[in-house]
Structure formats: C-alpha cells, structure tokens
Design a protein around this ligand. Structure first.
Ligand SMILES: [Zn+2]
Length: 233
C-alpha cells in the first residue's frame, strides 16, 4: 500500500545544537522551523540548513523577559500536524518546561487524535509526539552522532546559540555557551586553555551555587558538569 502523505516524521527544528544533532540521528522526513517573530528569529533563519521548511506564527507578543512563550510547544506541534503524523520536539534532558513533558505529550496526543478522528473533512489520523531524545543530554547526542560516523568538528561548527557574542564569536560565558562546552568537553573536544578558563569561571560563579543549593534542577546535566569540573581542576 502507498504511504499516506501524512506518514512522515517531522522534527520541530529550532536551529540550536539539539535539533541539528537530532536531525542527524533520527533522520526525519521534514524539518520544520516556525518563525515566531522573536528577536532571535531572523538570526536563526539565516543559519538554517536549506532543506528546513519555514512557517510563520507570530507569538512574539507573548514572549516574556525570560524568553518563555506560554504554550509554545502546543502551538508548534499543532502546526506540525499539517506535515506528518509523528512529531519530534527537539527536547533533551536539560529541558524542564511542562510543554515538553511526557504527561503533556500523552494528553496532547489524545486531544489531537480526538480532533483528527475520521469525519467529513478527514480520514482518521493517529498523531504521535516523540520525546525519545528527552532521555539524553547534549553530550550523549554528540556521542551518538560521532559513534555513527559523524564528524565532531562539523557538529561543533554547526551550532551557534550564544546570548552575547563578541565580534561574531561565542563568548563562552553564557548559558548556551557553557552547555555546549560541557557537551563537547565530555567527548574529548580539544578546547584551548582560554576557552576552558572562561567556561570554568562561568560555571563556578553562576552554575555551581545553583547546583550546591539544589535549585539547578537538572540531575543528569549536573553530574556531567561536576565531571567536567573535575577534569579541569
Ligand atoms: Zn555565549
């Protein structure tokens, strides 16, 4: 039987390191980026691979100071159902928001399957929200990618998500930079002394106090951070 046009794997592509790696490992049929009209959208769009589909849904009005857009993934998955039945959120173990949680995925799947039951305008569709990559940290994704023959330098240069770039270069003293540092340091990436110093200082100043007070809230990632700090004592 011919595959229905909706029997496709859709990856919600953010442009960050997670989505780049998940694309290489999971091999979706469609990569979908939704332009939410935020301050970063234009920068992200410039860096997207050519085969990423771009849709527009302006949610910028609801973006808070902390960059959270309430219900973001509910909207994005809703749009993604127009491209295929299996939808993967580029979520990894460090993500804490509830609209990437297994409970959310379960309830929302039920709702979508209710709405996509057979009726006058549609055949029955079964939607699946895939959160398989939530079990893994960024470091583990890098490891899988390299294990399947991927090039670590390519993975390294494919992502850029620094909050405060200096002359177009990563600052290595912000949240996304240090998380990228951890992921690659654990895979033996040859960082320069200067980059190691910047990251270690940042982690000691900004992240270690949160881990020590029990408010960082990302167990797997905490273990990795402590491991990296012990390398570079
Ligand atoms: Zn940075």
């Amino acid at each position: 039987m011919q595959k229905s046009s909706y029997e496709k794997k859709v990856l919600l592509y953010s442009g960050g390191m997670d989505s780049w790696l998940i694309d290489k490992i999971w091999k979706p049929d469609v990569k979908l980026y939704v332009d939410m009209g935020t301050k970063y959208s234009q920068e992200e769009i410039k860096r997207l691979p050519a085969d990423v589909v771009v849709e527009k849904l302006d949610l910028s009005k609801w973006e808070r100071e902390d960059k959270i857009i309430p219900l973001r993934n509910m909207y994005l998955i809703g749009i993604a159902t127009n491209y295929g039945n299996e939808i993967c959120l580029g979520a990894t173990a460090g993500d804490r928001v509830l609209d990437k949680s297994p409970v959310f995925a379960d309830i929302y799947e039920q709702l979508l399957n209710y709405l996509y039951q057979k009726q006058h305008w549609t055949e029955e569709r079964k939607i699946k929200i895939n959160l398989d990559f939530k079990r893994y940290t960024k470091a583990e994704l890098v490891r899988f990618f390299v294990a399947q023959g991927g090039d670590m330098d390519e993975a390294f240069s494919s992502s850029f998500s620094c909050y405060t770039p200096e002359h177009g270069k990563e600052c290595w003293s912000c949240k996304p930079c240090f998380r990228k540092f951890i992921a690659f340091a654990l895979n033996g990436y040859p960082f320069t002394e200067d980059i190691i110093d910047r990251n270690v200082s940042y982690i000691r100043k900004e992240i270690l106090p949160l881990i020590e007070s029990g408010t960082y809230g990302r167990k797997q990632e905490e273990d990795e951070i402590m491991q990296v700090l012990s390398f570079y004592k």
